[in-house]
Structure formats: C-alpha cells, structure tokens
Design a protein around this ligand. Sequence first.
Ligand SMILES: [Fe+2]
Ligand SMILES: [Fe+2]
Length: 336
Amino acid sequence: MQDPTKVTVTSITENYVDMLLADEEHISRAGLFHHFDPKRTPPIGENGIALLVEVEWGRYSYRALFDTGMTGKVLLHNAAALGVDLGQLDHVVVSHGHPDHYGGLVGLLESREASLPLSIHPEAFLPRYLRLASGEVAPFYNSDLTREHLERLGGRVVGHREPLEVGPGLIATGEIPRNVAFEQPSRRIDTPNALIQVAHDGCVHADVVPDDQAMAIKLGDGIIVLVGCSHAGVVNSIRHALEITGAQRVLGVFGGFHLGFPGVPQERTTATIEALRELEVEMLCPMHCTGMQAMMEMRRQLPDAFVMNCTGTRVHFDAARIELSAKNGPGGARRS
Ligand SMILES: [Fe+2]
Ligand SMILES: [Fe+2]
C-alpha cells in the first residue's frame, strides 16, 4: 500500500473540553465560536479516547478510528458535533479491552449499515474484574466485549498479536515488548483502592493488560504514534513503533500516558519526560490518563513540542511540510 502524504488526527472523545483554546498553525479547535453558535452542537468530554485518523494520498483517502471512548452515546454525539461521518470509517483499532477504550464500539456498530473491520488483540476478550479494597468484586465489567457480540453487529474481528497494516501507512502495533525499566508492570500501580484483575487459564490474576497495542502512522521518514492508556508504557510503545516501521523521526505522540493515577511515583513522570526528550518527539499531545499534573510538567519541560489536545482538536500533518522541517527535535513537526 502507498504511504499517505497528509494525515489529520481528530480527538472525537477525550476527557477534557476547553472551549477557550484557540486555533494555531496546523491545529484547529472546536472553540468558543463552535460552543456559542446556536446552530452548532458543542462536543462533550468523557473519560476515554477516540481518535479519528484520516490519511490522504493523491485523490484517495482512508479513515481509521483508534479506540471508541467509553460510550457510543458520546462518540456519536461528538462525531455529529464535529461534522464527522462515522459511516465512512474504513477500520477500527482497539488499543485494549478496558471500557474507556472499547465502550463505544457497540453503539458505533449499531449506527452503521456496512460491516467494519476491527483490529484487536485476542486477550482483550478475557473476562475482567474490579476488586475493591473492601473485598467487593465488580464482576466481568467487560461482558459486552465478546467476538460473537461484535460480529453479530457487523464487526469483522481481526485478532492479532503481531504488527498489522490496517490501511495505507497505518500499522496496529500488536503486542508491545516491555523493556524500559521504569515502565515495568511491577513499578506501576493502577489505583490504590481497587485492583483490576483478569481471568486467564482458569485463574484470576492482576491485570497487566498484555493486549495493549498502539498505532503508528507513517508520514515521510517519520511516524505519528497513538497510544490508548499506555499500559505497556508510552516509551516502550514509541520504541516498538519505531522498530516495526523503521522510521527516523517521531512527528507526534497522542493519547494517554498512564501517569495520572494516584500512587504513580513522580520519578516515573520525570523519567518519561527525559525519555521523550531523548527520542526527540516533535509534537507531544498527552491526553486522558496522563493526568493534568504530568501534562503541565511536560508543558513546562518541553514547551516547543507540547500541544494541549482536547475534545474537538484537529491536528494536520503534511509530508511536504514535514520534509522541509528537517529533524530538529521538539516543535519540529509544528514548524512550516
Ligand atoms: Fe486501560
Ligand atoms: Fe484509559
């Protein structure tokens, strides 16, 4: 397949709404005018992520959705508010089997006539539980995520553990090797008052989310990396995406970096920012479970790369522009 020459990443669902953010070069917003114009509907925030990726080459285009947010209701509402026709989607990639990432799938499939290919790790379908500190167990919170259910609604499930090209220049990474010391599962705490567990081989284990995958979008000699909740670690995800694509530059990283949970040590945020600096990430769009504190720290330390990305933000990348701006570290992909 041919690589794209233009890429647009639109945040359809994201935790935050900020109508005061202004347009910038190559970045457009659902801003003040969109929110106050009585003829328009403002998008709304929801815990979760749904990123629309539109790639273009010549006269052709292709649209993939990376994650679907927590509910179909918000996904469909925001898509309509932002003028996005989800009936035109060509593919969906699910980052992992937690409801804030796949929860909108059922509503999305129900809203469409045509079938839709879904790229997902097979272990995303394992039954998951939430065990509270009180001992109480919320059973099987992902019971609506089964292959049979999705296929009955028109989903064409493509289960994979290895990298998979899902469209022109679009690669679902599959399972992500976990090599970075400060991103090892033993150093991560999901939340101090609840334990997320998963059933596997007849036993219930702590959930380290082996199904976590990212998406890489090839553009020129670089890639844009989308992460869901970074359970595999955002640095591991970027390194894996670079390795499987052979790309030379990281033009952008969008998604949840998993630094905002109570109990995540400050050193992990510090080490993550240092690694992002070393990787020379040119545009940094931390969202969702990154947490506001870590986001503000990134903004302070990597001001040229940082972009506040909220519901309704659209970021436009163009291969010709990217080529003109030689690899030059933070902010490179933003400069024309
Ligand atoms: Fe998650
Ligand atoms: Fe999440």
